[in-house]
Design a protein around this ligand. Structure first.
Ligand SMILES: N[C@@H](CCC[C@H](N)C(=O)O)C(=O)O
Length: 260
């Protein structure tokens, strides 16, 4: 079978995207998803996303990690899918779409996609880290000398050691100013460091606000792959109107022969 695909990246978090409105993609074929995401034997990506029709919104997002398993929400992937929907003409400037964690709204302006994330009502504050769910589970930990930090080794240890199954994504953070942080993320399902993680930087912004490290409700995050801005409101101990904003770019498109 010849499959048409598109490759997108959002601050270096990269995705294979497939227009599955005609339900052409074999959705239970974990091996195929992993092969397409393989950086040596496939197209190469941190994850694969299907754009599908939806009854109540502009489209539906189906997200798979690079290991081939369907997973929870992907913030950068959501932003890339909005850019793809815009490219296809499915949406104009505004979008409402359904994802595994519920309905999301987004706007597109040039290469910039601003995506509304789910509300967050619980942040677990521990001795040296926080844990919260921003659509996907995230461990947030401040470290010194982030640039030199062994994200792969320490991330893997915590991902399995502290969280077992189903595990968690692990974010290591260094504060750079009143309202800015550098972040490096170990992503479960990729089982390694990615260049950026959208639900991860969202978790960092909220955790840093909750613990008093910042008083700003617009936080700037620098990742290996680029810069993202997170804005939010806190009302009655609950975070709402959370937005994740940054670039989402089509890198290339093509076709690939695959056995299904
Ligand atoms: N890169 C994503 C997060 C993708 C999901 C994650 N790997 C998981 O399985 O929890 C993002 O931008 O949010």
């Amino acid at each position: 079978m010849e499959l048409q695909f598109f490759k997108y990246q959002g601050t270096g978090n990269d995705f294979v995207i497939i227009d599955n409105r005609q339900l052409i993609f074999p959705k239970n074929n974990t091996k195929l998803v992993a092969e397409l995401c393989d950086r040596r034997f496939g197209i190469g990506a941190d994850g694969l996303i299907l754009l599908e029709n939806d009854n109540v919104s502009d489209f539906k997002m189906v997200y798979y990690n690079a290991d081939g398993a369907e997973s929870t929400m992907c913030g950068n992937g959501g932003r890339c899918l909005v850019a793809f929907a815009h490219y296809l003409g499915v949406i104009e400037k505004h979008a409402t779409f359904n994802a595994v964690d519920g309905l999301h709204q987004a706007t597109v302006e040039g290469d910039i996609v601003n995506l509304k994330m789910i509300d967050v009502d619980k942040i677990h504050e521990k001795q040296n880290h926080s844990f919260l769910d921003t659509g996907s589970p995230h461990h947030v930990q401040l470290v010194k000398e982030l640039e030199k930090f062994d994200v792969q080794k320490e991330g893997k240890k915590l991902r399995y050691g502290l969280y077992g199954q189903p595990g968690s994504n692990i974010n290591f953070v260094e504060q750079t100013s009143d309202n800015a942080f550098d972040v490096r993320t170990y992503e479960r399902g990729v089982e390694g460091e990615t260049f950026s993680c959208g639900t991860g930087v969202t978790a960092v912004a909220l955790a840093m606000f909750e613990s008093g490290k910042t008083a700003a409700n617009e936080v700037h995050i620098h990742t290996i792959g680029g810069d993202l801005t997170i804005s939010f409101e806190k009302k009655d101990d609950k975070y709402n109107n959370i937005f994740l904003k940054g670039p989402a770019i089509q890198v290339f498109k093509g076709t690939i022969e695959c056995s299904v």
